[in-house]
Design a protein around this ligand. Structure first.
Ligand code: ADP
Ligand code: ASP
Ligand code: MG
Length: 404
């Protein structure tokens, strides 16, 4: 007997049949003697459809009103799921983020969970009820509804698991677990039995959408036992933990790609002390995150600074830099949003030289040009043209995982 948090993503709750199936997974867990808190996403593409609806009315709608709208998708799912569980004859209650005590900061559309007041959930659990909670949303200190950013239901689930000291947090999705690459791109990708928190955090941040990166950060911080598995197949999933068993011979665990990035190049920046500071402090003050940065050694006429930002920040970053062109002193600004970042992640690469060379060889053999490179202890990322991204993932995967 334990307390289990189970999260079900959009595809898992897409229609009445899927919801009934989810209700069975939940009630089977309950019947086995566990307390169950389930966290649900909006059905199928509901969140995208709500955004479209908003755009039809007012493309410049405030984030506050967007949150009011987007939070309704999850509210619909939890009520319907509770009805499916009622139909099976089990005690159940659905709760919105604010009813469940999910308190966030005030950053609409990208709020962070500050704490979870668990009394209400605990009262319901003590009355032997199954509790179904909306993912992706909370309430801020002004009693306004907030949402946590796209894919944020994973983070809601882990936050609940941490606050309730759950024995296990299961993330049910539409694939069997975490794979060596996105199984929808690489047909022979293999499921990993285990992956470390650190690898998963890198992977999620580098574009593997299977887990929201903040959910992994939180699971690591609070040592939440996390498992990713399919609501469709019932196969064993992937365990995310501090130390993971490795598939023999593979120093990397997975390949990821992110196409939602853009590159900015400042050409002809004066070769003086403090220019990088000027550029990047300006962006930081305006909450624009910068990823890979490349700066040459420069020459008398100046130097070039290239860096990447999220595609959604490209417009704001370009406008800002152009406004400060004179004070920074660059010659011209160039942008490119048709690029992608492809990365390999693996704790094993720390102790094994040659991973970078193998990756570059795979791209060379496939005639794919590398624009920029960035590395950390457990990852190597390269920037390639967007049109080459899927091929790059495939050839890198082939190189690392078919070495025998
Ligand atoms: P959910 O709606 O359940 O939250 P998501 O669509 O957010 O599901 O995440 C699951 C998807 O993540 C899969 O369908 C898969 O295409 C994608 N994905 C990307 N990289 C990986 C990976 N390395 N392993 C598994 N899935 C991945
Ligand atoms: N429904 C939200 C989204 O589509 C949250 C989630 O599914 O995790 O982004
Ligand atoms: Mg998701």
């Amino acid at each position: 007997m334990g307390l289990i948090v189970q999260k079900f993503g959009g595809t898992s709750v897409a229609d009445a049949a899927r919801l009934r199936h989810v209700a069975e997974i939940i009630t089977d867990t309950y019947k086995a003697g566990n307390q169950v808190v389930a966290v649900l996403s909006a059905q199928g593409d509901t969140t995208d459809e709500l955004i479209e609806k908003a755009n039809e009315i007012n493309p410049l709608a405030s984030n506050r009103e967007m949150d009011m709208l987007l939070s309704t998708g999850e509210q619909m799912s939890v009520a319907l799921c509770a009805m499916a569980i009622e139909a099976l004859g089990y005690p159940v209650i659905s709760l919105t983020g604010w009813q469940a005590g999910m308190v966030t900061n005030t950053v609409s559309r990208n709020a962070r969970i500050k704490k979870v007041d668990t009394e209400r959930i605990e009262t319901e659990l003590n009355q032997k009820k199954i509790v179904i909670v909306t993912g992706f949303q909370g309430i801020n200190r002004y009693d306004d509804i907030t949402t946590l950013g796209r894919g944020g239901s994973d983070t809601s689930a882990v936050a609940l698991a941490a606050s309730l000291r759950a024995d296990l947090c299961q993330i049910y999705t539409d694939v069997d677990g975490v794979y060596t690459a996105d199984p929808r791109i690489v047909k022979d990708a293999r499921k990993l039995d285990e992956v470390t928190y650190n690898e998963m955090l890198e992977l999620a941040t580098l574009g593997a959408q299977v887990l929201h990166n903040r959910s992994v950060e939180m699971a690591k911080k609070y040592n939440v036992k996390l498992e990713v598995l399919s609501s469709f197949t019932g196969h064993p999933g992937t365990k995310v933990k501090e130390v993971a068993k490795r598939m023999e011979k593979s120093y990397i665990s997975s390949v990821a790609k992110n196409v939602n990035i853009a590159r900015i190049a400042l050409i002809g920046v004066p070769n003086e002390i403090g220019t990088s500071f000027k550029v990047f402090s300006l962006l930081a003050q305006n909450h624009i995150n910068v990823d890979i940065i490349l700066q040459g050694i420069g020459h008398e006429e100046g130097k070039d600074i290239c860096f990447t930002v999220a595609q959604s920040d490209l417009e704001a970053a370009s406008v800002l830099l152009r406004e400060h062109q004179e004070s920074i002193g660059f010659g011209r600004l160039e942008t490119n949003s048709h690029i992608a970042k492809v990365s390999v992640v693996g704790a094993g690469m720390m102790n094994h030289p040659g991973v970078a060379a193998t990756l570059f060889e795979a791209l060379y053999d496939a005639n794919i040009n590398i624009n920029m490179i960035s590395t950390s202890e457990i990852k190597i990322s390269v920037l390639v043209d967007e049109k080459d991204a899927e091929k790059a993932v495939q050839v890198i995967h082939d190189k690392f995982f078919s070495m025998g």
